[in-house]
Ligand binder design. Sequence first.
Ligand code: MN
Length: 337
Amino acid sequence: MAEGTTRRRLLTGGAAAVTALVGLGATSRLFGRSKGTTTMQTQTSTTTVTPRSVERVLSASSEHWVGDGFRVRSVISPNGDPRVQSPFLLLDHAARRHFEPATARRGVGEHPHRGFETVTFAYRGEIEHRDSTGGGGLIGAGDVQWMTAAGGLVHEEMHSREFTAKGGDMEMVQLWVNLPAKSKMSAPGYQSLLAADFPRLTLGAARARLIAGALGTERGPARTHSPITIFDLEFGETGEADFELPTGWNSLVFNLEGDVRVGDGGRPLRPGDLARLDPTRGGPVRLSGAKDARVLVLSGEPIAEPVVSYGPFVMNTQEEIVQAIRDYQSGKMGRLG
Ligand code: MN
């Protein structure tokens, strides 16, 4: 199929300019490349497609401990403007940190969630989750745990026993993804996504792991409740990575590590910074990275519903928050055994 073919070509990266064939109607718009300058082939008009621009850059908060196990910086929080971040609610990054061997397990003790999903990306170290529905498991380096709290549960997030005993480096990300109102009170669930589950794609100088949604012709393994694409990538050599994300979605690029530039004009993105791309325009997203730089890309269709959050609960109305607190306090979200 023509569309698939041209998408694939876009994903290979490399050339400096992107050309567009326009005038063929929205469904058959084709992208191609030429060396250096842009060439146009259209009946009536020519349009240059430049890389998507950065709308804003958000810097992470100062570091703080979550429990005694995770020293994180928060880049977005549930109090942020949903128009610019929905369906994403929170992004916490625990940058690489060494833990000495210990006997007492570190982590975050028993606490509830309702109304959204927590997605935990383990990059280094090993985390163990356990919840009041009997769910949980080990998340090792490269794994992702997608926990749908939905109607409510109580859980703990701890360093694994083995990691605690041996010590080592820990690096993780926790992302909160909002649920549409119709899914907020559904039954909780888990998706344990292992490093081996993710399709690998070459994006120019980078290698990407597709976790959720579509990228070119590939699809990630995570099931989502609203349209979302999530992938991370690592530069194997200094160079560029180009890819497409849907117009109108909130698309966020987070620098996990290294020297990264993003968008039209190559705006520098420091480690811990998050760029929001201009959602109003299509066209390729361009990243430039130094060898070994790592990036997490989040893109989702905004959920156009009110967001009311209170600590670990994210609902649509104040009344639903009050109900969540009552339900937790009366034990309706369960307890850890
Ligand atoms: Mn939690």
